[in-house]
Design a protein around this ligand. Structure first.
Ligand code: FAD
Length: 478
């Protein structure tokens, strides 16, 4: 029998559930990837994620060739639903296998099942992207969790070596089929219609090999994760999110690495973050309305700011011109690198929603365009958490103060100075709120507000009161 593995957000050759499924059920396994025009068409012509994926695809092809001489990745460019059927028919396979992807657009794409069935070809999908998916972790009464801590406890209770065991692909590699003669070369980035970005200049190791490098580096400092992860100027987190997004690393490998370190408090905290990831994925599966609306229906009654002033404020937020240095430095980080530190994601999200009164969905959409690691489930979960509209979210009356967050998590202003060099000479005590500095201090640091750096676009204390007022409509609602 013959089969085809359709690679999507699982761009690696090792510990791969779908590849293992195919290799253990058919004699000849081909591997295919489609640069899907439906996904690519709306993207900006310079997009770090397309470049990241392109590099990962080239590397995956090389890894498959190494596993089995003559094998490799067949790469197509077109509408995935059509290309996969065409390829499956051309190869004469009995079935196609892919990893689960529970985003609504991906589920819609899985309608390829019917097209394949019309050709007498089967379509299987398997779990690969999370440790526990869909309804695998439920409450004692069999309903989905909507509060994190009990979910995490149930998740940890269920965890067993089986769930983090690697799928041994190498052992079955002789089943990888030779590439067909007309397989063709992998199209260049330019042939796909994209321009190079600054991706290769960032300190982000790329592809599956890059992920292993990052993991090794992170494991050498995982013990400190719990204390270091909240400080954006410190190399605290793993920076593996983009690799998890595109599957250039296996979640099982990461969870196993953390779980094994039973004596490391840092590893336990990190494992908890991986559980958050599963948590939001199962929320999206059970409550797909979150894509458009609040998790908590009562919160849909909130009236967000609209009109010219709100649009101007939104633009200032997007461009890092709010006058709040930590917020602006964070927005410059995402614009320049496609990454933003977790603490800062919370700070800027809170600022947009609770200082500017702007609908969280506008911020969510901005992140979706700019984040390398953009993941619908985690991004939506993060935004709804910050806006207090989500499951197990921050209560609405808890409002981050952007200045005290800055003083607490970037006390020496190291992170701010990296992105806002015009403020570099301000002393530590003044860099968090330059408008509060005396003119003589500003002058000494060479800063003229309104020229070198904006004055704050809102006053936090006033915005705070307006937010409490705005959220009154949900008072008494769970
Ligand atoms: P680490 O601290 O090393 O964490 C390890 C991994 O755990 C991450 O790679 C990620 O996969 C997972 N993780 C950590 N925190 C969370 C969390 N709160 N929710 C879900 N998974 C988590 N994460 C994304 O992967 N994609 C997004 O689009 C995304 N959008 C976010 C939007 C907002 C408003 C907020 C507050 C958070 C968002 N996050 C998102 C979660 C988190 O900020 C990132 O996962 C993290 O900053 C990535 O950096 P890291 O890999 O160095 O993280």
């Amino acid at each position: 029998t013959r089969s085809l593995v359709w690679f999507r957000r699982d761009l690696r050759a090792e510990d791969h559930a779908a590849l293992h499924f195919a290799l253990t059920r058919s004699a000849q396994v081909s591997c295919g990837f489609v640069f899907d025009t439906d996904i690519l068409a709306p993207l900006p012509r310079a997009d770090r994620r397309v470049e990241f994926i392109h590099g990962a695809v080239v590397e995956l092809d090389a890894a498959l060739r190494e596993l089995q001489p003559g094998a490799g990745l067949i790469v197509r460019h077109g509408r995935a639903e059509e290309e996969i059927v065409r390829l499956a028919v051309q190869l004469g396979v009995e079935f196609v296998v892919a990893s689960h992807d529970d985003e609504p657009a991906s589920l819609a794409r899985d309608a390829v099942r019917e097209r394949l069935a019309a050709q007498g070809i089967g379509f299987h999908t398997v779990k690969d992207h999370v440790i526990f998916e869909r309804s695998e972790v439920l409450t004692a009464t069999g309903s989905p969790f909507s509060v994190f801590t009990p979910y995490k406890n149930a998740w940890l209770r269920k965890l067993a070596p089986f769930f983090v065991k690697a799928y041994p692909v190498q052992r079955h590699a002789q089943g990888l089929a030779p590439l067909p003669d007309d397989a063709g070369a992998i199209p260049s980035l330019a042939a796909l219609g994209f321009e190079p970005t600054n991706l290769s200049t960032l300190r982000l190791p790329l592809g599956a090999q890059g992920a292993q490098q990052l993991l090794e580096d992170f494991l050498s400092r995982i013990d400190d994760y719990g204390s270091a992860r909240d400080f954006p100027a410190v190399r605290g987190p793993s920076y593996l999110s983009v690799h998890l997004r595109f599957g250039t690393v296996s979640i099982r490998q990461l969870a196993a690495a953390a779980w094994r370190r039973t004596d490391s408090p840092g590893a336990a905290v990190w494992l908890s973050e991986l559980v958050w990831r599963d948590f939001y994925h199962q929320i999206l599966h059970h409550h797909p309305h979150v894509v458009e609306r609040s998790f908590k229906p009562a919160y849909d009654a909130i009236r967000w700011e609209e009109g010219d002033e709100a649009d101007d404020n939104f633009k200032a937020w997007c461009e890092g011109r709010t006058g709040y240095p930590l917020v602006d430095a964070a927005m410059l980080q995402i614009r320049q690198s496609g990454y933003m530190h977790n603490r800062l994601r919370m700070v800027v999200a809170s600022f947009l929603v609770k200082d500017l009164g702007i609908d969280w969905r506008r911020g969510e959409a901005f992140f979706a365009t700019h984040l390398n690691d953009f993941d619908l489930a985690a991004n939506n979960g993060g935004w709804q958490w910050a806006a207090s509209t989500g499951c197990d979210a921050q209560p609405y009356f808890r409002i981050f103060n952007p200045v005290s967050q800055s003083e607490k998590f970037d006390p020496q202003g190291q992170f701010i100075r990296r992105y806002l060099p015009q403020l570099a000479k301000l002393p530590d005590g003044l860099i968090h709120a330059p408008w509060q500095a005396r003119p003589v201090d500003l002058e000494a640091a060479g800063v003229q507000l309104g020229r070198d750096y904006p004055r704050p676009i809102v006053r936090h204390e006033i915005a705070r009161m307006q937010t409490l007022e705005r959220y009154k409509v949900v008072k008494g609602h769970p």
